[in-house]
Design a binder for this molecule. Structure first.
Ligand code: 48F
Length: 254
């Protein structure tokens, strides 16, 4: 039995990785915007793989605010809560509270059920850069990075790449730093996130969700970070709507 259990895991995991060495959409980061994008792309029949450095995808959603495990979603994003079967309670005009564990697990469940493949414990350390375009992601085990081990990575080729890495916008920063290119921002660089201003941040998260370099899209807090916009704290309507917008933009290009 021991050998059968181990063989089953090894064979099915390598099959999964091999089948995803080339995809249509490669997503860096499994927070709310990346998971919504993964779900909507997969639902359209796009081949999508998502890479998350932590053991559990869900990003900043699990923790609610200061570990009070509730988040707030505005009425503009209710259709997405309904799409994912996430329950909510109206408590002020246009504002709804949601159990953050319920919401995070629903996003993960529906993304994978729709056909998106999630690789957890995997970090993006670089991109594939050819013909002045982002052509894929360079991946490595997150513990390899944490231990500072000198281990070469593997490569996932993709027609489109999404930076959904949140506040640090890691993929966009890497593209800019390593390739001497201008991004599609006011300065041509990653401008960096501003302090908290919830109304403005929620609006700009959606406006800033776009392709910032050929082949490279940004969503969620990475979109605001790249464009020098505000953070918003534990309100998540903008994150969900950003995932919805970027899935549409990526699908249009595919
Ligand atoms: O930060 P995160 O939740 O991204 P988001 O979709 O949502 C932001 C909100 O959670 C919250 C907020 C209120 O709305 O401001 O912060 O923009 O999730 C980003 C995920 O990306 C992973 C990280 O572990 C997290 O789960 N990640 C970051 N860098 C990498 C990465 C990387 N280089 N490789 C793989 N995963």
């Amino acid at each position: 039995m021991e050998k059968i259990v181990s063989a089953g895991i090894i064979d099915s995991w390598f099959k999964k990785l091999k089948e995803n060495l080339t995809v249509d959409a490669a997503i860096a980061g499994g927070g709310p915007s990346g998971l919504v994008a993964a779900y909507l792309l997969a639902k359209k029949g796009v081949k999508v793989a998502l890479f998350e450095r932590k053991l559990a995808p869900g990003g900043g959603m699990w923790g609610g605010a200061m570990m009070f495990n509730e988040i707030v979603v505005q009425k503009e994003a209710l259709h997405l809560l309904d799409e994912f079967g996430i329950g909510y309670t109206g408590y002020a005009r246009g504002f709804y509270s949601v159990d953050s564990v319920h919401a995070s697990s629903a996003l993960i469940y529906h993304a994978t059920k729709a056909g998106a493949i999630i690789f957890n414990c995997v970090s993006i350390e670089d991109v594939v850069f050819k013909n002045n375009k982002v052509n894929g992601l360079v991946i490595n085990w997150a513990p390899v990075h944490r231990e500072g081990m000198h281990v070469d990575p593997l490569v996932i080729m993709s027609k489109t790449v999404l930076d959904a890495t949140g506040h640090d916008c890691e993929v966009a920063r890497t593209v800019e730093r390593k390739n001497n290119v201008r991004l599609n921002t006011v300065s041509g660089t990653v401008i960096g996130e501003r302090s908290l201003s919830a109304d403005e941040a929620e609006q700009t998260t959606i406006e800033n969700t776009r392709e910032i370099f050929p082949g490279l899209f940004v969503s969620g807090m990475a979109a605001n970070g790249v464009s020098g916009s505000w953070r918003m704290g534990p309100v998540f309507g903008g994150m969900l709507l950003s995932g919805e917008k970027v899935a549409r933009l990526m699908a249009e290009q595919l």
